[in-house]
Each structure stands twice: as structure tokens, then as C-alpha cells.
Ligand binder design. Sequence first.
Ligand code: 3PG
Length: 212
Amino acid sequence: MTPNNASIACEKICRLAPIVPVLVLDDAADAIPLAQALVAGGLPALEVTLRTPAALDAIRAMASVPGGVVGAGTLLTPQDVKAAKQAGAKFGVSPGATAQLLAACMEHDLPLLPGAATATEAMRLLEQGYTIQKFFPAEAAGGAAAIKAIGAPIPQVRFCPTGGVTLQNAPAYLALPNTICAGGSWVAPKSLIMAKDWGGITKLAAEASRLA
Ligand code: 3PG
């Protein structure tokens, strides 16, 4: 898959809803009810971070949930890419971008949302054909003001900001012409997952899905 095609695929996924939940699962048994809760609340695109031993099993389980589109986040190495693809991930997300990681995503046909935080990083990815990029760490790297400023000279790149995005600050990002959606973990807090409060998570998702 070329970078251009990866961005076309990621754009479609990013357009499904304003927010992509960033998920950390400690127990793969929570995967299906969590995905169902988020999809029911109107957030179909789900990013499961490869930060826990349960992550790949969680992706495998979530891949069967109707209406969901499950991707793998925190891709750092070519091995991560291969494992994510084998588990059924439909897209990948990385906090940054390395030559090895980009090559692995192309080789394994995994549409990648690669991370950038500066104009140079965005330009390097654009040179290769990535027009849809993750802006990370969004709040720490300057927030909506930084994305707006980068958009003046580089309007052809559109971003999914992630890292410190909340229900409160998301509207400022989503109002920008070069922001396509945003990622955040607040819609699936650890406390609600541990309590198996799936109704509470659907409520948070519904609130997030109404952000426009
Ligand atoms: C991450 O990589 O953890 C994401 O950027 C999510 O960040 P958040 O927990 O601040 O939403």
C-alpha cells in the first residue's frame, strides 16, 4: 500500500466520527463489550494501543464487533505492524514516523496514520505522500494554535490531534479546516472499564460523537 492510498483509507476512517477513542486494555475479555459500547455511542473507529499484553487479543476480539473499525495504536516497530495486521487491525497509528515503520506498513498493507509534531515532520511525511497525519502530542506541542499555524503554509496536510485532547478542548481543534478528527482516551477511562460500566462509556461516546 502506497502512502497516498494509506492516507485515502485513513481519511475515510477519520471521517466516521469526530473522535477516535484511544484504548488501553488490561483484559481482552473487556474488548467486545467496550467496542460495542463505543459503537453504540456513535464512535465506530477504535484505536487499541499496543501498550498492554492484552492489546493484540483485544484487537482480534473487537474485529468481530459489527459496525466497528478497529486499528492498532502505538506502533513503534515493524514487528508491531506485522502483529497488528495479523490480529486483524484495519489501520495503524504511530506517535511518530521512522523509515522502518513506514516501510513495514507498506509491506503489510496496513493504512498508517503517522505522527508529526512540527512543520518539518509534516513536510517529510507529505513528501512521501502522507496527507493525513496524527498531530502528537497535541496539547504539549502547542494545541489547536499550533495546528492552525502549520496549516497556513502546509494546508494540504490534515491532522488527527491526539494527546491531551478532552471534551472541553476538542471543539477548538475540530473547528480548524486542517483537522479531520481527534483522538482521545477520555471516552474510555480506566475506572469505567474496570467497573464494566459499559452504559457509562456509551454515554461518554455519545457526548463525543455530537462534537462537530
Ligand atoms: C496516547 O498516545 O496515549 C494518545 O495520544 C491519547 O492521549 P490522551 O490519553 O491524552 O487522550
